[in-house]
Design a protein around this ligand. Structure first.
Ligand SMILES: [Zn+2]
Length: 484
């Protein structure tokens, strides 16, 4: 190799040298040691070079050339046959090759890291916490096997007010949580198949969670994950409420609603979303439900944060404006959930409502006209709430806005209460979960009612979707079944 090789990058030079060793006659081109070159300086971690001093060269009768600064160099000295055995040179070249390979590999890995983080996600060590990089399930209707697939179903199970973490520092608190796991296990097993779980608020009694509110959400995520079904969470008035110490002192929760969303989203089965920052509350979002082939969106689920805890109990004007915007973009059937009832949920008439009615009704301080906004679209089947542990009924929505409020029909929106599902929180009514089943038959279709520029490319008809609802108790019994 001549002096021009010094301009070749170090790693390439190592490769060139190795190739030279392999492809040339070893007698003609024995491994050499360099003198007067800078190469030896940057080989940290490799076999050190053997440097020949000028006295070595003089001993061998090699004439020296004086350079600027008094240094000596002889052309012959640049290629001096090694007096050592050839294994030494080979070892050096292998070492150079390894260093070069390591450097190239590092550059490739760095490039992949910067250009495509999904590569690492695929390998299983991506940032699972990041909503953008977790593969989450798509919601879709399911073919009902007993009808040969002619009927399609989508079953929602509302788990509400389980109040984990209550009295976490006393014996009965954790025991109560174990009873909750047992109740949910019984209900989930007997009610299968379920397509979506709604965690309807008050998953925690934050008043007693001194510091680990997020840990309870992670525990809940692990528990639900074992059933293999996706869930969507909304917050209640106890999830991030202030902590109440045994001595009566109070202080704000050490975690926020957003912290709970992050903990919830750690499971790939969580469909919970952090709502827009520009509106009040956190758990404000909409989920699409597809047909059984997973292509077209044929229903939607609206989730709202009715406040409480660290924020006021209300549906604010900013939320209503956001809801109006969301629901105007589609004409498919929809359902909605929030934790605290609206004024409309106070209505109860024995002849027109079905279900448990054994409690008072506390409503949000202000609801912005949410029921009017939803019912005016003719898309919503119901708004389901929790909060009142002794209420479990569904009623047709009564409003003076309706032309004839006494007329109840299939399309009339309903107000529904879930069923107290856990052992935390007040009351001893038998635990259960309200189930909402959306369904349609392939051969029953109707014309689309809300044509718009956006729907012009869609089919002119769609399936006639219906719904029914019941409560599944921990004992396995079905009660409070809706008769629509
Ligand atoms: Zn509650």
């Amino acid at each position: 190799m001549d002096a021009s090789d010094d301009s070749v990058p170090f790693d390439q030079q190592g490769l060139v040298e190795l190739v030279a060793v392999v492809t040339t006659d070893p007698k003609e081109q024995e491994p050499v040691e360099r003198v007067g070159s800078d190469n030896h300086k940057s080989r940290s971690g490799c076999e050190p070079s053997i440097l020949l001093t000028s006295s070595d060269l003089e001993e061998e009768g090699v004439p020296l050339v004086m350079l600027e600064g008094g240094e000596t160099l002889n052309e012959k000295s640049r290629l001096k046959p090694s007096s050592k055995s050839t294994w030494h040179g080979t070892l050096k070249n292998v070492c150079l090759f390894s260093c070069g390979l390591a450097l190239v590999s590092s550059v490739v890995i760095l490039f992949l890291l910067l250009s495509d983080t999904n590569f690492f996600q695929d390998l299983g060590f991506g940032l699972r916490n990041s909503e953008n990089h977790v593969e989450r399930p798509i919601l879709a209707f399911r073919k009902k096997q007993s009808t040969g697939g002619r009927r399609k179903e989508f079953k929602i199970l509302q788990i509400t007010d389980i109040h984990l973490g209550e009295a976490e520092d006393l014996d009965w608190g954790p025991r109560q949580d174990r009873n909750t796991w047992h109740a949910l296990d019984s209900i989930l097993k007997v009610e299968a198949p379920v397509d979506l779980l709604i965690l309807g608020g008050d998953q925690l009694t934050g008043n007693n969670c001194e510091k680990n509110g997020t840990a309870y959400y992670e525990e809940l995520g692990h528990f639900l994950s074992s059933y293999g079904k996706p869930w969507a969470t909304i917050f209640g008035n106890h999830d991030d409420t202030e902590y109440e110490a045994a001595n009566g002192e109070r202080r704000p929760a050490l975690y926020s609603r957003k912290d709970l969303v992050i903990a919830d989203q750690k499971s790939p089965l969580s469909l919970t979303q952090m709502g827009p920052d520009t509106i009040d509350g956190t758990s404000n979002y909409m989920l699409d439900v597809h047909d059984s082939s997973g292509t077209d969106v044929i229903a939607q689920v609206l989730l709202l944060d009715s406040g409480g805890g660290a924020i006021p109990k209300k549906i604010s004007d900013s939320q209503i404006a956001w809801v109006r915007e969301q629901i105007s973009t589609s004409d498919v059937p929809a359902v909605a959930f929030q934790h605290i009832p609206t004024q409309a949920h106070k209505f109860f008439d024995d002849s027109r409502c079905q279900g448990l009615h054994d409690d008072g009704v506390e409503v949000v301080g202000y609801d912005g006209g949410i029921m009017q906004a939803l019912s005016a679209t003719n898309r919503f089947f119901f708004l389901g709430v929790g909060h009142m542990h002794g209420m479990g009924y569904c009623c047709p929505y009564e409003s003076s806005d309706l032309p004839d409020p006494s007329t109840v029909n299939q399309n009339q929106m309903h107000v529904c209460f879930g069923r107290h599902s856990g052992y935390g929180g007040y009351g001893r009514w038998e635990r259960g979960c309200r189930v909402y089943e959306l369904y349609y038959d392939d051969d029953e279709t109707e014309a689309r009612t809300t044509p718009s520029s956006e729907t012009s490319s869609k089919a002119a008809t769609r399936p006639i979707m219906q719904w029914s609802s019941w409560v599944r108790l921990e004992s396995g019994e079905i009660v409070d079944k809706m008769k629509l």
